[in-house]
Design a protein around this ligand. Sequence first.
Ligand SMILES: *[C@@H]1O[C@H](CO)[C@@H](O)[C@H](O)[C@H]1NC(C)=O
Length: 183
Amino acid sequence: MRTTLLRMLTALTCVLAACADIMPVPDFSLEKIAGKWYMAGFATNAQWFVTKKDTMKMGTAMLAPTDGGDLDLSYATLNADGTCWRMTHLAKKTDTPGRFTFHSQVWNNDNDMRFADVVYDDYAVVHTIKTKEGVSEVLNKLYSRSNETSTDLQQKFLQFSQDTGILSENIVILPKNDECPEA
Ligand SMILES: *[C@@H]1O[C@H](CO)[C@@H](O)[C@H](O)[C@H]1NC(C)=O
């Protein structure tokens, strides 16, 4: 009885969290992914997001490949009070092109990040599995080269996020925002 319950719980956690194995796009190009992106969409069942999603706005991401094939990520979002929220990570390459890993000291979690869908001059869907103390959750982000996204693209992001276990109400197209000055 108890093992059955445990197994059911594990299966449920799988569905809700991180068990769909999303592969990166074939022929991933580090060179072409470089540059500035707008953070147009955000989707996760994480509790912090559920309480914050209504006030979140569009930010920017600068992606800078390193000589060694890793990826420097710099995020910036303008807060309502005019200050800037900034965060950087060095995403380390793996044996699979388009898949990177990093540890976040701020959140104290391990991140397994995959470029799941990319049109380099248009958009990228980034799927990240975040694991902290053995618990995993999914974060999907929609990167866009412009601060506008088509309804087709929004629909694609919605569908991808639903397919990876995110509840509809936790899939958000972020409203436009002024930008932070370059750091
Ligand atoms: C969105 O992008 C356009 C074109 O680059 C720019 O003119 C506009 O100021 C941007 N909007 C915001 C809110 O940043």
